[in-house]
Design a protein around this ligand. Structure first.
Ligand code: URA
Length: 186
């Protein structure tokens, strides 16, 4: 897919029928945030609240994400937030590989437009799609890698932290690392 400017990309996503998630969604969730963000957070896919509102991370997991950002001195308005798939998988199931493959070029296009210096994979689905299909979140989170000049790190998904609060502390360590790296950039 040739790279599109943001508005055209948004419209392409809005009218996308490349996978069946387009048939069951309420709203496409494009992603939002600062177009000049140095850091981009990538989740798995819209949940119920996101599907209803058309915005990423606005439900319980999103509220936790906001708190985690705040805790390390980051504002939601200064980052960019998107997902691996832009339409909600039914009952919040993990997106199928075919759905990920269909949607990933849109995310890549967004990354090319925003040109973040840091990409944060929230959870295993994002880490597998962006870093390596064999990525193991518990063993491999919190480690920096670099691709084409972009630093990439994975940490626990906020929804996973809500299910298992013991994951909060290691995830906060990762968020602190991310903030430190960001401070080095400016
Ligand atoms: N979980 C995600 O992965 N993404 C969202 O936007 C909301 C919840």
């Amino acid at each position: 897919m040739a790279l599109l400017p943001l508005k055209e990309l948004y419209l392409e996503c809005l009218h996308c029928t490349k996978c069946d998630l387009s048939k069951t969604k309420t709203n496409m969730v494009f992603g939002e945030g600062n177009l000049k963000a140095k850091v981009m957070f990538v989740g798995e896919g819209p949940g119920r609240d996101e599907d209803l509102q058309g915005r990423p991370f606005v439900g319980r997991a999103g509220q936790l994400l906001n708190k985690m950002l705040e805790e390390v001195g980051l504002k939601r308005e200064e980052v960019y937030i998107a997902n691996i798939v832009k339409c909600r998988p039914p009952n919040n199931r993990v997106p199928l590989q075919s759905e990920i493959d269909a949607c990933l070029p849109y995310l890549r296009n967004q990354v090319a437009i925003i040109a973040p210096k840091i990409i944060v994979c929230l959870g295993a689905t994002a880490a597998k799609a962006i870093i390596d299909k064999n990525f193991k979140i518990t063993a491999m989170r919190g480690q920096w890698l670099e691709r084409k000049g972009v630093k990439i790190i994975a940490t626990y998904h906020p929804a996973a932290i809500l299910r298992d609060p013991e994951k909060l502390e290691p995830a906060m360590e990762d968020f602190k690392k991310i903030k430190e790296e960001l401070d080095k950039l400016s």
